[in-house]
Write a protein that binds this ligand. Structure first.
Ligand SMILES: NC(=O)c1ccc[n+]([C@@H]2O[C@H](COP(=O)([O-])OP(=O)(O)OC[C@H]3O[C@@H](n4cnc5c(N)ncnc54)[C@H](O)[C@@H]3O)[C@@H](O)[C@H]2O)c1
Length: 217
């Protein structure tokens, strides 16, 4: 079986909680790599990031890497495998819809490139931003979305518009052939089944934090 086929097959079997934990491991083992550490055990990772060691070993069993008894995993290989498996090594082109305070901040975030996300253009309706560039990225009028997407080779639409425009811009993106929507608005957008939707909200996490704080008081 080819490497690509094997990775795709393992990705399909992967439970979502595992997929959410793997980037935590990656962030930690990247620190070890930068510090020149050669090997790390699942027990060591467990201690540092507060996840059960057996769960880490199980999560890592989805990857094409074996730990050595009593030594653990080779750090450089683990970083490589995790990045590969999570799709962070492939550049995914994305367009930013809404270049206000959040959209602008995301365009400024050079860290996204480490996770395989390359924002190639922004779209807005504001005259003061349309026609300008931000971090070298051109900002176009939203009315040009169809025409610009034809040449941008982007598969992801990042949505950072006011809540009452969320569905409208999602529909435009889907119509223009976008495969995935990363929605930062608090609106639960809908799209055809073959379009991947990922909702991200720092506000939703606040509710959980307040609730837990209340229980401690
Ligand atoms: N997920 C999170 O953690 C998080 C954090 C902050 C804000 N938000 C949400 O992100 C969204 C943006 O917040 P913000 O603070 O950046 O707002 P903002 O007002 O600063 O920016 C919104 C931008 O969208 C543009 N816009 C409006 N209608 C548009 C359209 N039809 N097409 C293209 N662009 C359009 C506006 O001109 C503006 O530049 C809001 O829905 C907000 O609730 C989410």
């Amino acid at each position: 079986m080819t490497d690509d086929k094997r990775i795709n097959q393992m990705r399909e079997q992967l439970p979502e909680p595992t997929l959410r934990r793997l980037p935590w491991y990656l962030a930690y083992v990247r620190l070890l790599l930068d510090a020149g550490v050669e090997y790390v055990s699942s027990t060591q990772i467990a201690k540092e990031i507060n996840v059960d060691a057996s769960m880490i070993a199980k999560d890592l069993s989805f990857l094409n890497i074996k730990g050595k008894t009593r030594i653990g995993y080779e750090v450089a290989s683990l970083v490589h495998e995790l990045q590969d498996f999570l799709g962070f090594k492939v550049g995914h082109n994305a367009v930013m819809i809404g270049v206000g305070s959040l959209g602008g901040a995301l365009i400024h975030d050079s860290g996204l490139a480490n996770y395989g996300l390359r924002i190639v253009a922004g779209f807005d309706i504001r005259h003061d931003v349309v026609g300008t560039t931000l971090c070298g990225i051109p900002i176009y009028d939203i009315s040009e979305l169809d025409q610009r997407l034809a040449t941008l080779n982007a598969e992801i639409g990042v949505i950072a518009v006011p809540i009452d425009h969320a569905q409208e811009v999602s529909d435009l993106l889907v119509k223009a052939g976008i495969k995935a929507l990363w929605n930062f608005t608090p609106f639960r957008i809908t799209a055809p089944q073959d379009v991947v939707i990922q909702n991200t909200s720092i506000y939703a996490q606040l509710a959980v934090m307040y609730n837990r704080m209340g229980k401690q008081m």
